[in-house]
Design a protein around this ligand. Structure first.
Ligand code: 5GP
Ligand code: ZN
Length: 120
């Protein structure tokens, strides 16, 4: 998708603060964090997937990879012991503003009350 912000970030056409990349997934910081640590786990594959709504049977591998990368990066940021949230917004009614599938990885709050106040 030529006008997709996340496609442009992945291709290096727009700046992105990357914390991890492999062949199929990139992770970069959210420009407007909803948590002390707010990362976006994003597929970088040939097919542009808009949201969970657009997933097909053949997308099992990339969906698994999003979760496994999220788990790895959470550990890299020392969130594995303190805990974290993984969130998919789906469509405008679900709060999704960027139509490129992404998993929000959020954490770093000081206590459980703070962790329950903000959603991406
Ligand atoms: P959504 O609302 O679509 O689920 O989440 C979009 C996420 O992308 C939000 O965390 C928002 O702050 C982030 N975001 C929007 N535009 C940009 C951008 O240009 N660069 C980066 N790094 N993050 C962005
Ligand atoms: Zn895109």
């Amino acid at each position: 998708m030529t006008d997709c912000i996340f496609c442009k970030i992945i291709k290096g056409e727009l700046p992105g603060d990357f914390v991890y990349k492999n062949d199929s997934v990139a992770v970069f910081k959210s420009i407007k964090p909803s948590a002390p640590i707010h990362l976006l786990v994003v597929p970088q594959i040939n097919r542009h997937i808009g949201s969970i709504n657009d997933l097909e049977e053949g997308d099992r591998a990339i969906v698994s990879e999003l979760f496994l990368v999220a788990k790895k990066v959470a550990k890299d940021f020392n969130l594995d012991q303190t805990g974290y949230k993984l969130v998919f917004n789906v469509g405008r009614g679900g709060g999704q503003l960027i139509d490129h599938l992404h998993l929000h990885l959020l954490g770093g709050w000081k206590n459980v009350e703070a962790s329950r106040k903000n959603m991406p």
